[in-house]
Design a protein. Structure first.
Length: 450
């Protein structure tokens, strides 16, 4: 090539490069919308949430989400402080008892139109919706949860006890459940309840344990199973003083004080958590929420199973789960709605397949192809599938926190003292619940959804 032509070509290339660099330097960057997402949960849930947020940001590069983990015990106080300081979350978990109250006060975005018209959210189970006035939705479950029975297979094998069924049609009777728990309970000398020399103060392995909290997801399933109800149809009177309700509650208490197969509140104080106990072989069965599946499935070589609860007159569990809400103070409503929809989508989020959450839409429990999206994995063994599908759709009821007005005050004034006295063997279930019904009566205000 002629030397002059080469010089001209070099000059043109340099000019073109400079022009491109100038153009790139002047190109505006895409603005990033920032969201705060508050939540609670275990360290396993924290890791899962962070993975979900990363997946959302990858699919939505214009949005940056800051996940903020807050202990449940101090959650309301910290979120309230954030709101007062002008740093309100945009999206977040919220205890079910708080959501209707804050929605009425205007602190939450009204999601009614979104829930009614969005193609994904409009198909959520009706039992997953939190109302704060007739037809007005404050939020939808973060995910469906239910009360199930987790068990340590190794302990069952050692005791030669058949595994509890995951098919609700074959649920153990209460007597079958108690008999199994007695065989699985042993003291430090290897003796079982009912045997001479058994020491209930020195139990090394408990047959069963249940969380003694007040919201009721550990005991309402058994009240419902026995034909009882928590409240009458219009929410104006508690029905916990019925024979069906008191019998079921008393039999739960008897697991601690009569059969000696479950730890008492005093014994709980000196024990590690139930999840840890089942993992170490010191607990055979754990009545817990579905969320415990994530913790159990994460333990290498732990042979655990999932079953339906024992029944009285019919199989029963409860649907529960705190709602996720959008805070009214958000300055990024469109991005907040995008994130809200994303974190509830089983086809976009792996928290469902990992065992932390169950879907909100009925089709994921009834249509095989959609069931496989979240159930076809080692976390959900095939033999337990009915416990996660048929049991939820056909044998579940919502907790009263979804629909009962003033439930927080009813809990504080009437139910907490009664439940404490039952668990501590200070009163029978019949005595305690009769008193609770009397205390609650002036507080009853009907239902949110009526």
């Amino acid at each position: 090539m002629h030397r002059l032509n080469c010089i001209v070509l070099v000059v043109l290339l340099l000019a073109l490069t400079a022009c491109q660099a100038s153009t790139l330097a002047q190109a505006p960057t895409q603005p990033v919308t920032r969201l705060r997402f508050t939540y609670w949960g275990s360290e396993m849930e924290k890791a899962a949430i962070e993975q979900m947020v990363a997946a959302f940001e990858k699919a939505n590069p214009d949005v940056d989400v800051e996940p903020i983990q807050i202990p449940y015990e101090g959650y309301i106080a910290q979120v309230t402080s954030m709101m007062q300081n002008g740093n309100s979350p945009d999206v977040g978990y919220l205890p079910g008892l708080q959501a209707p109250l804050w929605a009425q006060e205007g602190r939450l975005l009204d999601l009614t139109d979104l829930i009614q018209n969005d193609p994904l959210l409009s198909t959520t189970l009706l039992a997953s919706r939190y109302y704060y006035a007739p037809g007005k939705v404050a939020g939808v479950n973060t995910a469906v949860e239910a009360t199930l029975l987790f068990y340590n297979k190794a302990l069952f094998d050692e005791a030669n006890v058949p595994y509890p069924p995951s098919d609700p049609a074959r649920a153990w009777t209460w007597d079958e459940f108690v008999a199994a728990a007695q065989k699985l309970t042993s003291d430090i000398n290897g003796r079982h309840p009912g045997e001479d020399g058994f020491d209930p103060e020195k139990i090394s392995t408990y047959g069963v344990a249940f969380d003694k909290i007040y919201e009721g997801w550990t005991f309402y399933p058994f009240i419902f199973s026995n034909g009882g109800q928590m409240v009458n149809a219009d929410g104006t009177r508690l029905l916990l003083d019925s024979p069906e309700a008191t019998e079921a509650m008393q039999k739960l208490a008897d697991l601690m004080w009569v059969q000696h197969v479950a730890p008492t509140p005093v014994q709980d104080q000196n024990l590690p958590g139930y999840v840890t106990m089942l993992q170490t072989g010191n607990l055979a069965m754990h009545i817990s929420g579905h969320w415990s599946l994530l913790d159990y499935a994460s333990v290498k070589d732990l042979r655990f199973g999932v079953a339906v609860l024992p029944k009285f007159t019919r199989p029963a569990t409860v649907v529960l789960g705190s709602p996720t809400v959008i805070f009214a103070a958000t300055k990024n409503e469109e991005a907040a709605i995008r994130f809200y929809k994303f974190h509830n989508n089983p086809e976009a989020v792996d928290l469902f397949a990992r065992g932390l959450w169950m879907p909100l839409q009925k089709s994921y429990y009834t249509e095989p192809a959609r069931m496989n999206i979240w159930l076809d994995n080692p976390v959900h063994p095939v033999e337990t599938r009915l416990a996660f599908t048929d049991y939820i759709v056909n044998y579940s009821m919502p907790l009263p926190s979804y629909y009962l007005r003033n439930y927080a005050e009813v809990l504080d004034v009437a139910l907490r003292p009664a439940i404490d006295s039952i668990w501590n063997n200070q009163a029978s279930a019949a005595e305690a619940f009769a008193e609770a019904v009397k205390k609650a009566q002036p507080l009853m205000q009907g239902r949110w959804d009526q």
